[in-house]
Design a protein around this ligand. Structure first.
Ligand code: SAM
Ligand code: SF4
Length: 570
């Protein structure tokens, strides 16, 4: 989700004459796209802001902005704690970001010349002698702020009339330079589930569904720009539905709609009909109307409310990937209840078994792969609860699973009502134990593919290759997904912090085109398995990246399959 937000923001800023720069030290504008899901992600931002505080004493004209969930959650308290921040913009207000930045840049320019502000002395090596001053305090008191506050849970009609985020999605800039064959498309925003540990319903607001025509048009534009693979995004992506009879247009633009709550347990969307586009309808629609998209995926599925109609559509449409990311979070019914997940372990496996019955067909080369998320150390989790979770991970046969230690998040129900009573060392031990189990399961799932030839989408150089090249050149490379902009004299650095576990493993920027035979590339199967292979002699990385090629799988390790490019799939 955050990755897509970063793309939309940078696209917007580019059209205004800004350009990306990888150099945070010398950028004119530094933006942090933040995540609040776990405390660790926030800590990183605080530490970067601390560095900016010092840097800004030397380059006072730099504009520093915090966007995304942390901005929404901490609000102006964030500026009180870190006065270095000039711009604060929640995920629901990103369309206002260019105006906020513009404002902040102009304010800085009018307040400052080229000299450091009065009261700030630099030594002969440019280090700060006097850290603070009245002048600095004056400069930091004029922050630009756009936060959603509690407006995001207004009635459907009111919110629809005011939905400017849709315009941001609609104005997305699409070009072959920006998308190396793969792209995200948002279909729903926000979440209505209120799992007791989670900040998302508070930071991203109510579940809202985009009009299907807008989604299909965005996919078509991406396909026209050469995109082969699209991942549809939503926190509970299978809840997607759009009721045409209730749609509202503003200025000729059909507006997104608030999601209605599901009753749960149904196998088909009971409200489906001619005037409703269900999630199953949407998948079929994109598949039929945008044949240029060779792979259509979606994340993240909620294990409840997943109808047979969706499974049938996946089964019957060859370009829809047989891949589900469907987090269980725990293997204990008691903990699931405390998490307010709304399903039992028995219901979770009923869904997994049903999905596999529909979609797991390795004999025709169409297996189903499944990924999960687990939280260990949720309040009151006992050894028995944990054993139940370990049993779930064994039985679910995930191709991979994101395992998180519970992180108490202020503002959530669990934070307010449940003591964080599992000691850190126990959380850590459970985390490692589960990782070891999952590594074994992943290797076993991967082993089933050895000897087969799979079509893989080539993403870029592998991490190993990137490190090797970095070592050889002595360069620093791009750390932690930070990218940046420079044009028209203004450079913007946007540092990404991943929101979903999906995003945190998407990874290597496409390789520079000069990597030839022998260099290791990373790719994904339609079931989202990572496949590493070497560029064959006589070919270059540039011609392979962003394309789909057949690779014969030779061995399976816990985190990836290894293979060789073959002349044709078999
Ligand atoms: N909407 C998705 C779902 O319900 O499956 C998940 C979205 S959440 C942004 C991504 C993952 O972060 C969750 O599946 C959960 O495992 C993890 N997570 C969320 N809040 C957490 C917390 N307070 N502590 C630890 N992990 C957390
Ligand atoms: Fe929503 Fe997922 Fe968070 Fe639950 S974990 S509140 S479903 S985003």
């Amino acid at each position: 989700m955050n990755e897509l937000d970063s793309e939309l923001v940078t696209g917007q800023l580019r059209t205004l004459g800004y350009a990306m720069t990888p150099d945070r030290e010398h950028a004119d504008v530094v933006l942090y796209n933040t995540c609040s899901v776990r405390e660790h992600a926030e800590q990183k931002v605080w530490s970067r802001l601390g560095e900016d505080r010092l840097r800004k004493l030397i380059r006072p004209a730099t504009v520093v902005g915090v966007i995304g969930c942390m901005a929404e959650r901490d609000g102006v308290d964030l500026i009180r704690r870190m006065p270095v921040v000039d711009v604060l913009c929640g995920p629901g207000e990103l369309d206002k970001l260019p105006a906020l930045i513009d404002n902040a840049v102009r304010t800085r320019e009018s307040l400052l010349g080229d000299e450091p502000p009065a009261g700030v002395e630099l030594d002969d090596r440019g280090r700060i002698v006097l850290e603070d001053s009245e002048e600095r305090r004056r400069l930091t008191s004029a922050a630009a702020v756009a936060l959603q506050g509690n407006t995001s849970r207004r009635s459907g009609t009111l919110a629809a009339a005011a939905d400017s985020l849709e315009l941001l999605d609609l104005s997305r800039s699409v070009s072959p330079d920006e998308h190396s064959g793969s792209a995200y498309v948002r279909i729903t925003r926000g979440c209505n589930k209120f799992c007791t540990y989670c900040v998302v319903p508070f930071t991203r607001g109510a579940e809202t569904h985009r009009p299907p025509e807008h989604i299909v048009e965005e996919c078509r534009r991406l396909a026209d720009a050469g995109v082969l693979e699209i991942t549809l995004l939503g926190q509970t992506v299978n809840h997607y539905r759009f009721e045409h009879g209730a749609s509202v247009s503003v200025g000729g633009v059909v507006q997104p709609q608030k999601g209605r709550s599901y009753q749960g347990g149904h196998r088909r969307d009971p409200f489906a009909g001619e005037r409703t586009t269900t999630f199953a309808d949407l998948l079929a629609m994109i598949h039929e109307r945008v044949p240029g998209i060779k792979r259509l995926r979606f994340v993240t599925s909620y294990p409840r409310d997943f109808g047979d109609d969706v499974l049938e559509v996946i089964r019957d449409h060859p370009r829809i990937c047989r891949y589900l990311h469907v987090p269980a979070q725990s293997g204990s019914n008691r903990i699931l209840q405390a998490m307010n997940r709304g399903y039992s372990i028995e219901e979770y496996f009923e869904f997994l078994d049903r999905a596999r019955a529909f979609l797991h067909q390795p004999e025709i080369g169409r297996p189903l792969t499944v990924a999960g998320d687990i939280i260990v150390g949720f309040p009151s989790e006992t050894d028995d609860d944990f054993r139940a979770t370990a049993g779930l991970v064994e039985r679910a046969r995930y191709k991979n699973c994101f395992i998180f230690k519970y992180s108490p998040r202020p503002g959530t129900i669990a934070f307010d009502k449940l003591a964080d009573d599992v000691p850190e060392d126990v959380k850590r031990r459970r985390n490692s134990e589960l990782l070891a189990i999952q590594q074994r399961v992943s290797a076993a799932v991967g082993a089933e593919f050895v000897g087969r030839t799979l079509e893989v989408f080539v993403q870029g150089v592998s991490k190993r290759e990137a490190k090797r090249r970095q070592g050889a050149s002595g360069g620093g490379g791009i750390a932690g997904g930070s990218v940046a902009l420079t044009v028209g004299g203004k450079g913007v650095a946007v540092a990404g912090a991943s929101c979903s576990a999906e995003a945190s493993i998407v990874e290597n920027p496409p390789a520079a085109g000069d990597v030839g035979g022998g260099a290791q590339l990373t790719s994904r199967t339609d079931g989202d398995l990572i496949v590493l292979f070497d560029v064959p002699a006589g070919r270059s990385a540039a011609e392979l990246i962003g394309t789909i090629v057949p690779v014969r799988i030779e061995r399976s390790e816990a985190l990836a399959l290894h293979g060789t490019v073959t002349p044709a799939a078999g």
